[in-house]
Write a protein that binds this ligand. Structure first.
Ligand code: CP
Ligand code: NVA
Length: 341
């Protein structure tokens, strides 16, 4: 075992004794992650702290999930989410089974409840990428093993955890940071708003009229923000929204499942493109962020996504580490890490 005095104490890894991590390990074991709103602020902090630790010290976790089985059932395409979950569990001793549901949506061949009642007999965790968010909550309601949202039309919690881990890596903390999202107010935007509020960031969202985030999510995010001394602002002018921003984030204008709206959306979203002129209005230290895949030349220009300000591939890398932390907590893997020290 590599010895690093700051991180290790005899008989265990120091960070595992962190009160946030201890409490999260206790409360989250066996739980689902359908939405960021399922987590408290201290649980979000715990996942990120553990994510940083797993990234620094991956070897300590190689047996943490020995023999654990995870199924991934995806109704939509994926590069980052699929591979980071598969690699994440494989490198901690577990195994992933991928089921392509792109041609056969969940609930079509048999009810979602019946699928859940089968899966829980074979696997320790269910990871779902769906269109309808209800598919995820229904699976969770009918399964005794944890269900994780790997993107629905409503949320992308694993993405937001990795993104704020990346922000912490870059700035040291997300607290009091000015985070601006420009673009469609849907899944990624919802999870970012909630996570930013949980971590005390000032979140500004700029969307075209008619594409603003769901009002229920905004209400929840504002309640969380109030408790954490930060704010959530909704604007329709991207130029105003990026003024003083420390992070400027965008996503595609046409999400999976909305391809038929491409022609209608193109002119509506054009003023929301993140280009050099827009980035020039942000803070001097501003970073550019994107969940990827990017439609270069549409929501972002090459000059921005390929600039030194861009941290998009750090975000992609951190999908792996943040999700490993999440899996460790949901599957009770930290106890095994201590055992193997
Ligand atoms: N960001 C993200 O979820 O990427 P994939 O769609 O490739 O999984
Ligand atoms: N909003 C995008 C995110 C892809 C990771 C979509 O839903 O297609």
């Amino acid at each position: 075992m590599a010895s690093r005095t700051l991180e290790h104490t005899p008989g265990g890894i120091a960070v595992h004794k962190d009160p946030d991590i201890l409490a999260a390990a206790e409360r989250l074991r066996g739980e689902d992650l359908c939405s960021i709103a399922d987590l408290s602020s201290s649980e979000v902090r715990a996942i990120l702290k553990l994510g940083h630790e797993v990234k620094r010290n991956p070897g300590a976790y190689r047996h943490a999930l020995d023999a654990k089985q995870m199924v991934l059932m995806f109704e939509k395409a994926s590069l980052r989410t699929r591979l980071s979950f598969e690699s994440g569990i494989n490198t901690m001793g577990g195994n992933a089974i991928f089921v392509d549901q792109t041609k056969s949506p969940l609930g079509e061949r048999e009810t979602i409840a019946d699928v859940a009642r089968n899966l829980e007999r074979w696997v320790d965790m269910i990871v779902l990428r769906t269109y309808a968010h209800d598919t995820i909550t229904e699976m969770a309601a009918n399964s005794r093993v944890p269900v994780v949202n790997a993107l629905s039309d409503f949320e992308h919690p694993c993405q937001a955890l990795a993104d704020f881990m990346t922000i912490e890596e870059h700035f040291g903390t997300a607290a009091a940071l000015n985070f601006t999202y420009v673009g469609d107010g849907n899944n990624v935007c919802h999870s970012l708003m909630l996570t930013g509020a949980q971590l005390g960031a000032n979140v500004t969202i700029a969307t075209p009229r008619g594409y603003s985030p769901d009002i229920e999510i905004v209400t929840i995010a504002r309640e969380i923000a109030q408790a954490n001394g930060c704010e959530v602002r909704l604007l329709q002018d991207p130029q105003v929204a990026v003024e003083g921003a420390d992070a400027v984030y965008t996503d595609v204008c046409v999400s999976m499942g909305y391809e038929h709206e491409s022609t209608k959306r193109a002119p509506i979203f054009r003023p929301f493109q993140v280009n050099e002129a827009l980035m020039a209005k942000a803070s001097q230290r501003a970073v550019f962020m994107h969940c990827l895949p990017a439609r270069r030349g549409e929501e972002v220009t090459d000059a921005v996504i390929d600039s030194p300000q861009s941290i998009v591939f750090d975000q992609a890398e951190n999908r792996l580490h943040a999700q490993k932390a999440l899996l460790l907590l949901l599957l009770g893997g930290l106890a095994n890490v201590e055992k193997f020290q």
